[in-house]
Design a protein around this ligand. Structure first.
Ligand code: FES
Length: 238
């Protein structure tokens, strides 16, 4: 007999070693998340996936499921905190959805809609971040980085290239390109890299195809992010 826990009153089966979010997704239950990706080790940084386990908050992407635990996720207390975290991500970078070619395919935008975020609430930082258009095939727009580290993990763990890294500390943490010049053109980054297709927002953008799929017909225009559960649609789909 498989082991189970309850998630918002629903019985969720799990296998030994599965995290709460893995078991929830296998049972088709959506838990908001940004830095979690089913193909990578959890990073546990965005905290969007925070749930309450037996009354205590913990990240569901790092917490292993255990027999009989009572997990709460879709409750207003947690959704309000997720909304606040999402608002902070919006003001910390420069996220201007109406002019972003990733609009409709962006998981930050889709998560904000999912959580009913109506305004950014906090004062915008308006950081001065560079673009990198040096690469033949890809544009980097650091303004939209949410520090999920998916490109870092993909390039290091799958591509074996270490093209990207997170540098700095605290508020100064930022994404950088591992090249003496700091430019993507001076790396061996290619369209075949896993890292080229994992960015959940609009930082790593393939050139010359930004509006191949019109606004209104994109991933999250068709269905809310909760309907995809664990599906990560690659950037090349738009
Ligand atoms: Fe769990 Fe980001 S998805 S901390």
């Amino acid at each position: 007999m498989s082991k189970t826990f309850t998630l918002d009153g629903k019985t969720i089966p799990f296998t030994e070693g599965q995290t709460i979010i893995q078991a929830a997704q296998a049972a088709d239950v959506y838990i908001p998340h940004l830095c979690y990706h089913p193909e990578f080790k959890p990073h546990g940084s965005c905290k969007l996936c925070t749930v309450k386990v037996n009354g205590r908050q913990t990240a569901s992407c790092t917490m292993q499921a255990a027999e009989g635990m009572t997990v709460e996720s879709d409750i207003e207390e947690l959704n309000a905190e997720r909304r606040a975290l999402t608002q902070m991500l919006f003001v910390e970078g420069n996220h201007f959805c109406p002019s972003c070619e990733k609009s409709g395919d962006c998981q930050l935008q889709a998560t904000a809609y999912q959580l009913g975020m109506m305004t950014t609430h906090y004062d915008h930082f308006f950081p001065n971040r560079p673009l990198d258009a040096t690469h033949q095939e890809f544009l980097l727009d650091f303004n939209r980085c949410i520090l999920c580290s998916l490109c870092v993990r993909a390039s290091r763990d799958v591509d074996g290239k270490n093209v990207f890294a997170l540098a700095g500390r605290g508020i100064k943490t930022h994404l950088m390109v591992n090249a003496r010049s700091g430019k993507l053109a001076d790396t061996d980054f290619t369209n075949d890299d896993k890292a080229a297709h994992v960015c959940p927002v609009g930082v790593i953008l393939p050139k010359r195809c930004g509006f191949k799929v019109p606004i209104g017909q994109r991933t999250f225009d068709r269905q809310p992010i909760s309907a995809y559960v664990d599906t990560r649609l690659p950037a090349k789909d738009h």
